[in-house]
Ligand binder design. Structure first.
Ligand code: PLP
Length: 338
């Protein structure tokens, strides 16, 4: 990044299509990592982070009255984005007993008829759920049957544990006919503040996305495109090192929560632990108690959608020492409770 910031040619208005070097680096990464072939000319557009892409996808593809099927619990922009586009977000419950995957057969026919977009996200925020064999295939089939665009938010594919390898949605046969994927460099390379990602997949949809963006923003800083390309082309050892750190923190936190009797499964991906609250508590009451009595901030599951009720989300993005302290404080709080 330093090198490219010093180069005056990176300071002009960028093109929204992105530098060829950036698009080629994304294509190379998708090929090496997922075995997915993308045409850098027509199937890749830089995004100013996945959030920008998730929000703008709604403006690009939804008309008032359309339905957007949104994972519930889910990243909040899957519901606020459709509302800003005048459309209707309809939650698809992600239940623990179904592996945090929506039951596509349970979507009412009338909703499926009006649906235009389906937001999916694996590894999942906030549940830590990962995709089971066959689910993406079912999503492609649903999309074909109901003429729905699948938007797979792939913010966490590189943050996985215990040797688990997360797939790209675009690995699924037929996926490129029905959808796009949003990739982010934020978590993968610890670049959250840099605002770097990409929208990839179906060329018509990527083209429509570009058409919207060219009327909204002026593209990604070209020095950042070069830095992002360098990260994507690197040997990825930094990503493995970071996952090992998260996995260590995950294990500390899960062990502490289990000691106090909370029911929690260690996630295979993403950077959160999703735990059931103790019997008799709601997600809000337990969050409040942990804040008031242990002075630790956690998130109530219901903040991510109605199906998050009964759960809390804890983040692994604090240094080990602080995380260990938080785990200890939470354990002593529940141990001393009547
Ligand atoms: C599921 C999901 N999508 C998108 C984002 C935003 O990513 P970015 O920093 O690339 O905008 C996040 C960040 O927390 C997320 O959890």
């Amino acid at each position: 990044m330093r090198e490219h910031v010093a180069d005056p040619s990176t300071h002009q208005y960028p093109s929204n299509r992105g530098r060829p070097g950036f698009r080629e680096a994304v294509a190379g990464f998708y090929d090496r990592r997922f075995g997915v072939t993308l045409d850098p000319e027509s199937e890749i557009i830089p995004a100013l982070g996945a959030k920008e892409a998730v929000a703008n996808v709604n403006l690009a593809f939804l008309d008032p009255g359309d339905v957007a099927l949104a994972s519930d619990p889910g990243y909040p922009v899957y519901t606020t984005g459709p509302l800003l586009a005048g459309a209707e977000p309809v939650p698809m419950p992600l239940l623990a007993e179904l592996g945090f995957q929506p039951d596509l057969e349970a979507i009412p026919a009338e909703v499926a008829r009006r649906a235009r977009i389906m937001f999916l996200n694996y590894p999942n925020n906030p549940t830590g759920g990962v995709v089971d064999d066959g689910f993406f295939e079912r999503a492609v089939e649903f999309a074909r049957r109901h003429d729905v665009i699948v938007v797979h938010d792939n913010a966490y594919s590189e943050i996985t544990y215990d040797g688990y390898r997360a797939p790209s949605f675009l690995e699924t046969p037929g996926a490129v006919d029905v959808g796009i994927e949003i990739f982010s460099l934020s978590k993968t390379y610890n670049m959250t503040g840099w605002r770097a990602g990409a929208v990839v997949g179906n060329r018509e949809l990527v083209g429509a996305y570009w058409q919207l963006k060219t009327n909204i923003d002026s593209g990604m800083f070209e020095a950042l495109q070069e830095a992002s390309a360098a990260a994507l082309r690197s040997d990825q050892s930094s990503v493995a090192d970071m996952c090992a750190i998260y996995q260590r923190r995950r294990d500390v936190l899960v062990a502490a929560l289990r000691r106090i009797g909370l029911r929690v499964d260690p996630p295979k991906g993403a950077i959160y632990v999703w735990a059931r609250v103790p019997d008799g508590e709601t997600s809000a009451s337990f969050t409040e108690r942990v804040l008031e009595e242990a002075a630790v901030v956690i998130s109530p599951g219901a903040a991510y959608g109605p199906s998050g009720e009964g759960f809390v989300r804890m983040s692994l993005t604090v240094p080990d020492e602080r995380l260990n302290e938080a785990a200890e404080r939470i354990s002593s709080l529940v141990e001393t409770s009547p």
